[in-house]
Design a protein around this ligand. Sequence first.
Ligand code: NDP
Length: 451
Amino acid sequence: MEKHVAKYVEEFMDRIRTKNPGEKEFHQAVQEVVESLAPYIVENPALMKMKVLERIAEPERVIIFRVPWLNDKGELEINRGYRIQMNSAIGPYKGGLRFHPSVNLSILKFLAFEQVFKNSLTTLPMGGGKGGSDFNPKGKSDNEVMKFCQSFMTELSKHIGADTDVPAGDIGVGGREIGFLYGQYKRLRNEFTGTLTGKGIEWGGSPMRPEATGYGTCYFAQEMLATRGESFQGKTVAVSGSGNVAQYAVRKATALGGKVVTLSDSNGYIYDPKGIDADKLEYVLELKNIFRGRIREYAEKYPEAQYFEGQRPWSVKCDIALPCATQNEISGEEARMLVDNGCICVAEGANMPSTPEAIEVFQKSRILYAPGKAANAGGVATSGLEMCQNSMRLLWSPEEVDNKLHGIMKNIHAACCKYGTEPDGYINYVKGANIAGFIKVANAMLAQGIV
Ligand code: NDP
């Protein structure tokens, strides 16, 4: 990195750390973006003068609120709710809600910041936002989840709307939670609009929304592999997580000819050398989405599989890795293991699952590596398609939505190649995604003046 570029990055990050003390995930996400954008920005006086990236890194609005609710024993519980309205330069704020005990301001600000670039990459008119709560749905009854969602929405409803801010699901927020949240929103506002996405198909949802993030990640990986004359056919695939993104990544990777051999949750991972076929995946969907069980039970049901308590799946030999659980779930050491074991492609279904050290290993080894903001953008893209159908009062067919999703993922891949191809031909997807995502937002902000 040239000296004046390095100085820009250093000063930028100093300001970020001073203004946002202790927010390590947010610092990590900003650092990655600033490093790849700095050479472009310092050459552009308008971007420098108008402090465009500085403004993008400062949320337009942060809402923090109390969420009181009564559990099944009649006791009072108090959680904290958040909504980060990060950037509305190209459309209403859009991004998921996460319910997980680890949720804090730093995690939601990193997710909201990433969302700005991701949403821009989809080519759809959506700004960036994120929200959630430190509420833990695990072990709670449906009634408790409903009570919490209703209390959470009672406050959140004051700040969102179909043309203002459109939340969706994320970790801990699936179809059940979106149903309770939407029911309460509708009751409070007395309107049926597309203010949440991920809705059920009978009440304003889009076909393929549950599948979209996992399928989109595989479509993206397919494009990456094609740049080297490769495909999923005959490849061994390691997937982490066993929630929404992981489930549909397994389905699409298998349909494209891959053999998926791992799944995980926060307690451990399973390794099934015979592969997780369609029947086994049906079992996982039931186990996770209906019985809300643990992935350990997979190995009890299928004796050919082994369960590894307290471990992550990255020591397993694979050709393709699809991390689909959470942030910072691949360390530098685990990345080294993946590469040493012959992995040629890593496409992130989760947001920021690779640590900076892991990214360095992937890029130095010159393997195919795509960050979540590009590879998992199919989820929010299909949410954008849900908003579009809601506005038109129409329902498209699954094929129509899937074709649009596939087209969007191909376009995102092409944009990454355009802005990320290095002189030696290596495609730096991090750089490509950051620059491509930034340009549209930056132009909009320049046009809209100092706001
Ligand atoms: P789910 O809640 O459906 O599933 C999350 C999975 O990850 C579960 O298996 C969960 O295990 C595991 N997990 C969560 N936290 C941890 C942790 N700290 N350590 C290890 N495992 C963990 O969420 P999604 O599948 O929707 O989301 C997964 C990832 O994909 C997230 O990074 C999310 O931000 C990202 N994403 C999701 C999109 C979507 O459309 N849903 C869109 C784009 C990105 P356990 O059950 O034990 O908690």
